[in-house]
Design a protein around this ligand. Structure first.
Ligand SMILES: Nc1ncnc2c1ncn2[C@@H]1O[C@H](COP(=O)(O)OP(=O)(O)OP(=O)(O)O)[C@@H](O)[C@H]1O
Ligand SMILES: Nc1ncnc2c1ncn2[C@@H]1O[C@H](COP(=O)(O)OP(=O)(O)OP(=O)(O)O)[C@@H](O)[C@H]1O
Ligand SMILES: [Mg+2]
Ligand SMILES: [Mg+2]
Lengths: 165, 158, 158, 165
C-alpha cells in the first residue's frame, strides 16, 4: 500500500490547485524556508482525519484555509485529496485504489469523501483502523518528536509502545 | 493486555538494540528497560545509550546528533513491530553530520522495500538518495507551487 | 520599575521591527505588543509576524526557518538594548536555507564590531564567514581534542 | 571585553588538558556529532558560575567530571579556566586581564578562583554583575531556546525582557 497522488486547493499556502505524484520508493521534498514543504505534511495529516488544529500549527481549523495575499483574496474552502494504492489489499475494500478527500468551508462545515462520494469521518477512521495509517500513527516524524520521545516525558514514549501493542 | 504489552516491548527492545548498532557502530550499545517489570502497563520505559568507549550515562548527556540517531533507532524499532505503509520525515536529518547522514540514508534505503518514504530536507546527500525529487517554490508571493525536479537539478517538464 | 520596563520594552520593540526587516526583507513586517499596556509587569508580550505578501497570523503558522529568524531578530533586539560582550550560538543556523544563512551571517558580521561571537556549526557558509576556526575531534575514543584549522581546511600547526 | 583563552582538563569529554585561544572577532567551532563542541559551551557556562546541572545536560554536577573510557579511568576532578581581556575596563577591577577558574572534585568539594587565587562564588558573581556576562545572561543561544522564546510560554520571553530592563 502506498500514497500515489496528493491534490490540494485552498489548503494553507497552496491557493491554486496543486498535484503531486509519488512513487512507492523514496521521495524528497525540497525548497527554501517558508515555501510550503511542511504544509504538504499538514495536508496529508489533515486529509487522513487529524482533528487537533495544534498538530497542524493552527489555533483553529479554519486557519488551514488559504488566508489571502496581496494579490489574492482569502478563499472560502480548503480541499485535499489523497490517492492510495491498495495493491496488497491491506485496506478492507475491493477497490485497488482509494481516494480519501476532506473539505472545510469558512462556515465551519466539514465534508469527508471516499472515492469522491460523501461519507462520515467514521468511515475513513474505520478504513484505516489497524493499518498504522490513522492520523495519529507514528508515521510522521519531525524534529520536535525527537526531543519528546527522548525526554523524560515517558508518556509520549509509552503511548507509542502501546500503539504498537 | 499486560502480556501483550510485555511481548511487544521485548520485540521493540531487540529491534532497538540492533538498529542502534546499525546507526552507530558495532561497538556501540544501547538498551531499553522497564523500570518495573511487574507493572508493565504503568512504569516508565527507560532508554540507556552507551556509545563506544564511553561509560554508560543518561541519554541526556548525549550530543544533539547522537540523540537524534538514538530517537530514530527507537522510532524504527517500534515501526518494525507494527509497520506503517508510509513514513514522513520532516527535516529529521538537520542535526546529523555527513557520516551519520550516510548511515541514516542506508537504513532508509533498507526499509524502503516495504515502506514508502517522504523526506523533507535541506540536505544534498538526502536529495541524492531519493528516487523522486519535488521542489516547492513561492514564485508568486505567499502562494506555493510544486515542480518535479530531475536529479541532475533541472526541472522536469512542468 | 514599571516605567523602566515600558521604556526598555519600547526600545526592544523598535530594534525588533528593524532587525526583522534586515533578516527578512523590506516588505516584511513584524511587531511586538504588550497585551495590557496598563500592566506592563504582568501581561503577556505578544509577537506578530507578517512576512511579505502574507496576511498577518500567529507566529505559530510560520515555517521552521521563519520561526528561527524571528527568534534571532528578537534575541538580538534585546541584546542591542543591553549588549553582552560575547554571544555563543550553538547550531542556530541548522534550520536556515542558504539565502537566510547569508542574511544571518551579514547581521553577525555587523554586530561583531562590538561583540565576540562563538558559533558552533555544521554549515560550510558559517565556517567560511568566521575569522578563526577550531575543529574538535575524538581521535582517541571518548576523549575530545581541539585543533586550530586554517580556513583553507588544513590544520594549523598542532 | 572579550574571552581570549579557555583551558579545560577533566571536564566532560575533555579528559586531557585542552587550550583554545579566541580572537575578539567571529570564531567557528566545527566537528562531527558527539565530538565535544557543545561541551565547550557547557564549560564556559560552568566556569562563569552556572549552578543548574540540567542546563549542562547533567543530572548532577558531578557528571561534568570526565567519567572514563575504555582506555582511561574516570578522573577525580574537573577544572576550567577562562581568560577575559578587560580592555575596555568594563569589569570593576584594575587588571587588564582576568582569569576565572572553577574546580569540582568527586567528593563534591567545589573551588572558585580569580587570577589563580581562591575566592568565593560570590566574588565571581559580583565581578560580572551588570556586564551581561553572568551565567544566566542571554549570551548563549541554542535551538531549544528558539522554541521557548516563540512558544506561548511567555514567561521565558518576559524573563529576557526583564533582564534587559
Ligand atoms: N492558511 C494559510 N494561508 C496562507 N498561507 C499560509 C497559511 N498557513 C500557513 N501559511 C504560510 O505557509 C508558510 C509556512 O510554510 P511551511 O511551514 O510549509 O514552510 P517550509 O517549507 O516547511 O519551511 P522550512 O524549511 O522553514 O521548514 C508560512 O510562511 C505561512 O505564512
Ligand atoms: N562527564 C563526561 N565524561 C566523558 N564524556 C562525556 C561526559 N559528559 C558528556 N560526555 C560525552 O560528550 C559527548 C557529547 O558531546 P557534545 O554534546 O559536545 O557533542 P557535539 O560536538 O555538540 O555534537 P553534536 O554536533 O551532535 O551536537 C557525548 O557523547 C557524551 O558521551
Ligand atoms: Mg518546515
Ligand atoms: Mg552539540
Amino acid at each position: 500500500m502506498y500514497l500515489s497522488k496528493l491534490e490540494m486547493v485552498g489548503f494553507k499556502s497552496f491557493a491554486a490547485k496543486t498535484e503531486l505524484t509519488f512513487t512507492d520508493g523514496v521521495t524528497a521534498i525540497v525548497g527554501p524556508n517558508g515555501c510550503g514543504k511542511s504544509n504538504i505534511v499538514d495536508a496529508i495529516r489533515w486529509v487522513l482525519g487529524e482533528q487537533k488544529s495544534s498538530t497542524l500549527r493552527a489555533d483553529s481549523m479554519e486557519q488551514v484555509i488559504f488566508n489571502g495575499s496581496k494579490a489574492r483574496k482569502p478563499l472560502g474552502m480548503a480541499e485535499v485529496s489523497l490517492t492510495i494504492e491498495n495493491n496488497k489489499h491491506i485496506l478492507p475494500t475491493e477497490y485497488s485504489q482509494v481516494v480519501v478527500s476532506r473539505r472545510l468551508f469558512r462556515s465551519g462545515e466539514s465534508q469527508y469523501l471516499l472515492n469522491r462520494t460523501q461519507c462520515r469521518l467514521r468511515d475513513i477512521v474505520d478504513l484505516f483502523m489497524d493499518t498504522g495509517m490513522g492520523a495519529d500513527a507514528y508515521s510522521v516524524i519531525e524534529l520536535k518528536m525527537i526531543e519528546t520521545i527522548l525526554s523524560d516525558k515517558a508518556d509520549e514514549r509509552r503511548h507509542l509502545f502501546e500503539e504498537a501493542a | 493486555a499486560r502480556e501483550k504489552f510485555s511481548a511487544t516491548f521485548d520485540r521493540i527492545r531487540e529491534n532497538f538494540i540492533e538498529l542502534f548498532k546499525v546507526l552507530f557502530t558495532e561497538d556501540d550499545e544501547a538498551d531499553l528497560r522497564m523500570t518495573d517489570s511487574e507493572d508493565p502497563l504503568e512504569c516508565t520505559i527507560e532508554i540507556e545509550a552507551k556509545p563506544r568507549g564511553k561509560r554508560p550515562h543518561s541519554i541526556e548527556m548525549l550530543s544533539g546528533g547522537e540523540k537524534t540517531l538514538t530517537a530514530i533507532a527507537l522510532l524504527f524499532a517500534i515501526y518494525l513491530v507494527k509497520p506503517s505503509p508510509f513514513c514522513i520525515l520532516d527535516e529529521v536529518d538537520a542535526p546529523l553530520d555527513d557520516a551519520n547522514i550516510d548511515r541514516y540514508l542506508k537504513l532508509i534505503r533498507k526499509f524502503s522495500n516495504n515502506t514508502q518514504f517522504l523526506m523533507i530536507t535541506h540536505n544534498k546527500k538526502t536529495m541524492e538518495a531519493a528516487d523522486t525529487l519535488y521542489g516547492v517554490t513561492m514564485e508568486e508571493q505567499a502562494v506555493s507551487k510544486t515542480v518535479s525536479v530531475r536529479l541532475s537539478g533541472t526541472p522536469a517538464t512542468a
